[in-house]
Structures are given as C-alpha cells and as structure tokens.
Design a protein around this ligand. Structure first.
Ligand code: 26Q
Length: 829
C-alpha cells in the first residue's frame, strides 16, 4: 500500500503491481459488495475473495469443456441425489495453487485469511457416506482429467443443523444460501421442462404399431446451476450441475377458468417445493411422493441435457453410438427412474423401436449399491408411481414382462424365484423394486467393498448373480487425500512431504516410503508433535465453541458418523460406562486417560437414535462432573457433526471407532480418513475394515467381535441376549445403571426402551454378543497406548499403508473396468 493508503476505497489499492486476482478481489468488494474500508466486514472479504477465485477458474473451465467437445470422447455422468461438498475455499486455493497470494492480498485489506474460513457454510447437500463419496469422486475425476460430470439437485436447505437442547437433538433448517453461494453460476439460459402426471394416449401408427403421448401433464422447469470442480495439479476444471425447480409461467387453466386467480398462483409456488429440502434420512427409505418427484425431476432434466449434447456433437438422428459416448453411473437406486425415462425418450420422442432402445439403454447404465439394510431398499407404491409417472410405469411393466419371460424360459426359474427377481412386488400391495429395475437395466452392478460385494452376490442378489454372471463387481471406496490429509492436517502433511516429497498427493501409495522411518527417533518425535499440534487445535476449537475442556494428556477416542443403531454408538457407551465403573471402584488406579468424543446426526424421525444421543449427553454430564473420574475419563458429544467438523476432529484423533455389526456397514469411508491421519482403528470385520486389516497387518489394528457370517448364522438359529446379560456381571451392572436412571435422575425411565431392546427384544444389532470381546480389545488398546513408542510406530504404519484408500485408485478402477473412459488432457493457456 503506497500512495492511497488513507483512501477509504478498496479500488484505490489497485496499482500496476496487482495481479488480476487482486484487482478482481478489490473490485468485487467495492462494486458487488458495495463496501469501503470502513464498512467492509469479514463476510464481504470472504465472498469477494471467493468470487475472484471462481472467476480465475473460468478460463480453465471453459477450456476444459471446449477440449472435451473437440475430442468427442466418451463421457461419464455421475447421477446422485446427494453431494456433500463441505467447504470449498481451501479446496479452490489449493487447486489454484494460490494460497500465499490469497493470504497476502487478504492481509492488505486488513483481514486474516485464517479467520475467514469459518464463515463459509458447508455445502451440506447430502446425509453422510454416499454424498461425501460422490464429492470425493468429483475431486478424483477432475484430478485424473476424466471427462466426467456430476448431476444433482440444488436443495435450498441442505442437511439440517443439529442443536442440542437438554441433551436432545433439535433440528434447525440449514439456510446455506442466506448470503449466496460464491462458487455457483446460475445458467438462466439452461432450462428444461419436466412433466408430471397427466394421461397416456395411444395413437395407432398403422400395421398394429402404436405411438404413445403424454397429455395434460403438470410441468415444472429445471434451472441449471453450475459449480466448477478443479482438479489438483492439472488444468482440468470439471462441472457439477445442480438443478433448481422453478414454476412454469403458465397458470393452472382450470383455476383460471373458474376465476380463482390466487389458487392458480399458489399452485405455481408449490412446484418450487421440489428442490426445497434434502430428505434427512440416511440408510432409511422414505416412500414420500415429494421424494419421487425430486428423483424424477433431476433425472429428467439431466437426461434432456445429456441427449441435447449428444445430438449436438454426434448428429441428430444418431443414437447407434450413444452407449459408446455416454455412460451414466447411478449412485444407488435413487436416480434409477432414469432407466425407464431413457426408454421413454428413445421410443416416444426419438422414434426408436423397443429392441433397439433397450439395447442402448442397458449398455448405458451402471449401478452402485451402497447398502444391504432392508429398511433402506427403495420400493415405490405402484399407485403413487402410476399417478406421478404413468408412462414410465407402463414402460417398467413392459421391461418386467420381457425380463420375466427370459428368466422363465432361459434360466428355468420356478414361480417362487421368478417372484423374487420380479421388478414388481405383488405381496400386500404392489411396489416397484428399484434395485431390481437398476440391476436389469444396467450392464454393471458394483458393491463398495470386497465384503459388501460378496454379500450382494451371495445373499440379497444371489439369483441376479446367477442370471447375469459377470455383471456384479467390486469397487472398494476411497477418499480424496487432498482434502483429508493435505488440507485438513497441515502438521502431518508437511512432515510427510519433508521426508518423502509431495508425490503422495497424487500417488498415495508413495506413503509406503514412510515405513523406513518408523525406527528413526527424530522422525517419531516429530510425528508425535504433529499429532499433538492437531490435538491442541481441536482443544481450542472445542473450548471456544462449546466450553468443552479436552485433556491433552488423554487418548482422543472418536466415534463420529451418522447416528444409527447398526453403527453401534450404544456399544461404545457401554464401554464408556464400564470404564466409569472401574475408575469409581478404584479411584487411585493407574488408568489410561481417555476422552470419548461422539458426533453425528440422527434422522429426525428415528426415535431410538435420538435416545442414544440423549444417553451420550446424560452419561457425559455424570462422568465429566464426577471428581473421582474426570481426570481419567471425559465424554463429549460435539453438536452438528459435518464435513468441516470432520476436517478438524480427524487429524486430532488417536482411536477410531468402526464398530458396526458385521455385515451391515457396506464400506465406511470415515474409517479410511482416520487411518490416513495416523489414528488406530478399533473395529469389526465389516465393510472396508476388512481391507484395512489386509493392508496394515493384524498387529496394527484392533479387530474384535463376530464375523459377518456368524452374525447371519445367529440371526437364523436365534440368539439369547438375556443370557449374556445374566452371566456377565460387569455388563449387567452397566445395563442396570442405564435402566435404573443412574444418568437421568430427573427424567425417570427415559432409557428403559433402550435397555429392553437389548435385553428382551432380541438385540437386533448384537451388542451384547460383542460386548466382552470389545471390552477386551479396548483393554489391549490401553496397553499399547501406554507404550508410546509402540503406539507411534503403529500410527506411522497406519498412514504409510493407507495408499489403497485413495479415491484416485477407486476412480481409476471405475474408469478402466466399468466406464471405459480415458483421461483427456487440457493444456496450459
Ligand atoms: C432413500 C429414500 C428416501 C429418502 C432417503 C433415502 C436414502 C438416503 C441416503 C437412503 C440411503 C442414503 C444413504 C446411504 C449411505 O450413505 N450409505 C453409505 O454409503 C457409503 C458410501 O458407499 C458407505 O461407505 C456406507 O457404508 C453406507 O452406509
């Protein structure tokens, strides 16, 4: 700042030495935010910087699209109802490689870049694992220069904010767009009409052929918003396109004729509800009409967009090469209405015959399954689908008719097995089974971990695996090492880079290079220091935000993920109370100090899950206020767990709780984030934990509990939790305290249902069966933790052997084995 130092105008700071980023930044504060140096607040600085960064991406973004068009290569479309992007500022700074520049120019305005970060609301357009996976995939696809496009919904309200009141979860709307989103670009010229309801009319074409037309539909407009997705260390900038619902400008004719102008206008507003809010259910199916509307809304707009583009590049009437140029990945069954919709477009609008349309369609789609929980399987009431999507329902019936004929004739399936694989369920009402539709209509079906894929092939989709040998395949999940180590954990990533260089950011297997330092005392000391620094940061954060006092000398034992019975936060509570009792009995005993950290949202309608949150908070208040105990044991529930919170908590974690009932967690991805950051895992042989064990070696992970096949077996032969309760006195004491209101003196009986579910109603997730082996393994964890050198060694080895879990590896496998797409390099300007 030279001559204009005392001017109130930001643009007076501009001189010849300014970069375009800086000019853009200063101009935005003044001309878009309309602020001067006396009125600008941190948010103005954050929004102006973000805008300037986005603008800096635009050339690369345009060039990438130009190169893709020119290359005419095959493209991948990733369709997902959820993208849990989190914050984007750091991601943009990192991928634009302009951290230092940004820090400097923010400083010139009198602000501090590090204080701006927390102003950015998370882009929380997802629930949990499935939505975050989609976001990690976008990062890897751009980094690998793959011609790939994300498509989803621009929810006005993302995942709710969780407040804790009197220990209970309270949901608050997430108004993330309140101050606008600086990363997105509205495309007012990119709109499609989406048609709901109406009637199908059948018009004879002659020689016994018919054409079908939908009439009297109620229409909604889908408006595009684009978010640029820059890759790391590449010029590629891909695109995430999110659709917003807008009313058509037509008013309902009937209301108009009857003179009810206000009702007509009101109708208009209702159609905009489609993109209002994300359904907050994770791993639970909600059969609500609005959800089906959301699904079809974004699928219809996306397919219109894909086809428009295909025609422009490959010619108007040429669909013969469609499946060679387009692959559509379905993120679970949520977008699988795309299968009948593409058939409808081909047949009704483009005039293709059934055989040809079907041939192209089933060569275009690939489906990823993310769950085996029966309550998460999507099936739509035929009545609901028929009134909302009459033509698509007809097409589903025809797909099913031909499919059933095939299995009957060629696979000799009897009536029962035909009933099992049918797309239509006919017992107790009629339903469309979306998973069956997705399997029949796709050329690839993949699970998300080796174990999960085996479970799909051998149990729930066994018959399909026989009908379509080779269609089922595994793609073990991964996470982006840029966000989850480079960005989230500067202490550890700087240390790593100082030893092995920064190649690991693009080839995570290079972390293996750390192994040769495990016996280097200086390196080990630096490792411990890096972990401690992250613990210190978390301590300040927890104190500042919630007044929680974290004990730096204790083991940070962390259980963060969505709240769900199968994830067994309650089993962790049983361990917590066990520790409490042991310390109470022996207050001067030599215990390893622990800080138990929990975090996670419960679906608003999931009563048991919400009770578990209350229980954690109740246990926390007793434990933390007991002077006999609170030097050795503390319990905290961090409210409003989110992507940005995960980025703060995971680097500071030492023990990662991955303790789902074996066979229930399809993969898990949090488990990988902890491992990458040098936390030890205590876990069951479930999901990707199995592969983590393979990579790290049995001596470096704490595995306990029943195996998936033992759980399945016990479910068949029966299991008696009450016997375990009666024969294990330490467990009984814990359960009796829960049932006896020890943690909730003022609110009697609130936890008796939790107790009953375990002891008397079958203990569905087999907590009692795994209790003793969990406790014993936790004791082993303590023993190893006492040996600082041994613990540090294990920590280093966990990071060093986490290379497999990069989403770059996952995406390479998808690209080579399913999508058959190749990188398209974008050259420098
Ligand atoms: C369905 C119908 C209506 C409303 C909501 C839903 C719905 C929404 C979200 C059903 C399921 C989900 C989310 C599932 C999910 O996140 N599954 C997780 O996917 C991860 C990525 O593959 C895995 O790592 C986890 O194991 C799996 O639980």
């Amino acid at each position: 700042m030279k001559k204009n130092d005392d001017s109130i105008f930001f643009t007076d700071l501009i001189d010849e030495s300014c970069s375009t980023l800086e000019r853009d930044f200063l101009t935005t504060i003044e001309y878009s935010r309309v602020k001067d140096r006396t009125t600008a607040r941190s948010r103005d600085i954050f929004l102006s910087l973000s805008n300037a960064l986005r603008d800096r991406l635009i050339r690369d973004w345009l060039r990438t699209q130009h190169v893709y068009r020119g290359s005419k290569t095959k493209r991948l479309y990733y369709l997902s109802m959820e993208f849990l992007m989190g914050r984007l500022l750091d991601n943009m700074l990192m991928n634009l490689d302009c951290y230092d520049e940004a820090r400097e120019l923010v400083k010139k305005t009198g602000f501090d870049l590090d204080k701006l970060r927390d102003l950015e609301p998370d882009m929380g357009l997802g629930n949990g694992g499935l939505g975050r996976l989609a976001s990690c995939f976008l990062d890897s696809m751009a980094t690998l220069s793959l011609p790939a496009y994300g498509y989803g919904i621009r929810y006005e309200y993302g995942i709710f904010r969780q407040d804790i009141q009197n220990g209970y979860q309270v949901e608050v709307p997430d108004n993330w767009l309140k101050y606008t989103c600086p990363w997105e670009i509205c495309r007012p010229d990119l709109e499609y009409r989406v048609r709901f309801g109406g009637r199908v009319v059948c018009l004879p074409k002659g020689n016994q052929e018919y054409s079908y037309k939908l009439i009297e539909t109620e229409d909604v407009i889908a408006l595009a918003y684009d978010v640029p997705i820059p890759g790391y260390d590449t010029e590629t900038v891909n695109n995430l396109r999110l659709w917003q619902a807008k009313s058509t400008n037509e008013f309902n004719f009937n209301y108009f004729n009857s003179g009810d102008y206000l009702a007509a206008v009101n109708d208009k507003n209702l159609s905009e509800n489609i993109s209002k809010v994300l359904y907050p259910n994770d791993n639970v199916y909600a059969g609500k009409v609005l959800r089906l509307k959301q699904q079809y809304f974004f699928v219809s707009a996306t397919l219109q967009d894909i086809i428009r583009h295909h025609k422009k590049i490959h010619g108007k009437e040429n669909f013969s090469n469609f499946a060679d140029k387009v692959v559509i990945q379905l993120n679970d069954t949520h977008p699988s209405i795309a299968i009948p919709e593409l058939m409808r477009i081909f047949i009704d609008e483009e005039g293709l015959g059934w055989i040809e349309a079907w041939e192209i369609t089933r060569r275009t789609f690939a489906y990823t399954n993310h769950t085996v929980l029966p309550e998460a399987v999507e099936k739509w009431d035929v009545e609901i689908m028929g009134s909302l999507l009459p033509r698509q329902l007809q097409i589903i019936y025809e797909i099913n008719r031909r499919f059933i004929n095939e299995v009957r004739d060629f696979h000799n399936f009897g009536l029962n097995r035909v009933g099992d694989v049918s797309i239509i369920e006919e017992s107790g009402g009629k339903f469309v089974r979306m998973a069956n539709l997705a399997i029949v209509g796709s050329y690839s079906v993949n699970g998300v971990s080796a174990l999960h894929t085996e479970i799909l092939k051998n149990t729930i989709f066994r018959d399909f695996n026989e009908i379509y040998p080779g269609k089922f395949n595994n793609k073990t999940n991964g996470i982006t090492p840029r966000r989850w180590l480079l960005q989230a954990n500067p202490y550890l990533s700087k240390l790593i880079t100082s030893k092995i260089g920064k190649g690991w950011t693009l080839d995570l297997d290079e972390l293996r290079g750390l192994e040769k330092y495990v016996d280097d005392p200086d390196f080990c000391a630096a490792w411990v220091e890096a972990k401690l620094n992250a613990k210190r940061d978390l301590k300040s954060y927890a104190m500042e935000h919630w007044g929680f006092d974290l004990n730096l000398d204790s083991m940070f034992d962390v259980h963060i993920k969505r709240m769900h019975e199968y994830k067994r936060q309650l089993l962790n509570v049983l361990h917590t109370i066990t520790l409490y009792n042991r310390i109470k009995r022996n207050p001067n005993g030599d215990f390893v100090p622990r800080t138990k950290i929990f975090g996670g949202k419960a679906a608003p309608g999931y009563y048991a899950s919400k009770q578990i949150i209350k229980l954690i908070n109740s246990v926390a208040s007793v434990v933390n206020s007991d002077p006999d105990v609170n030097k050795k044991l503390n319990v905290f529930f961090f409210p409003n767990y989110s992507v940005s919170m995960a980025e703060k908590v995971i680097p500071a974690s030492e023990l990662s709780e991955q303790i789902s009932t074996a066979g229930f967690e399809a993969s898990g991805t949090g488990n990988m984030k902890f491992m990458l950051n040098g936390a030890m895992t205590i876990g069951t042989l479930d999901g990707a934990n199995v592969e983590m064990l393979e990579e790290v070696g049995a001596e470096n992970i704490f595995i306990f509990g029943m195996k998936a096949d033992e759980v399945a077996e016990a479910k068949v032969t029966g299991y008696n939790p009450r016997r375990i309760y009666e024969t294990d006195p330490e467990l009984r004491e814990v359960l009796d305290m829960i049932n006896g209101d020890f943690f909730n003196r003022d609110e009697p009986h609130i936890f008796s249902q939790l107790f009953n579910a375990l002891v008397d109603y079958g203990d569905n997730y087999m907590l009692l069966a795994d209790y003793r082996s969990y406790i014993e393994m936790q004791d082993r964890v303590d023993a190893v933790y006492r040996d600082k050198a041994a613990w540090t060694r294990m920590s280093i080895l966990n990071t060093a052997r986490s290379g497999k879990f990069s989403s770059d590896r996952t995406i390479r496998e998808y690209a080579e084995e399913i999508w058959h797409i190749k990188p398209v390099k974008v050259e420098k300007d």
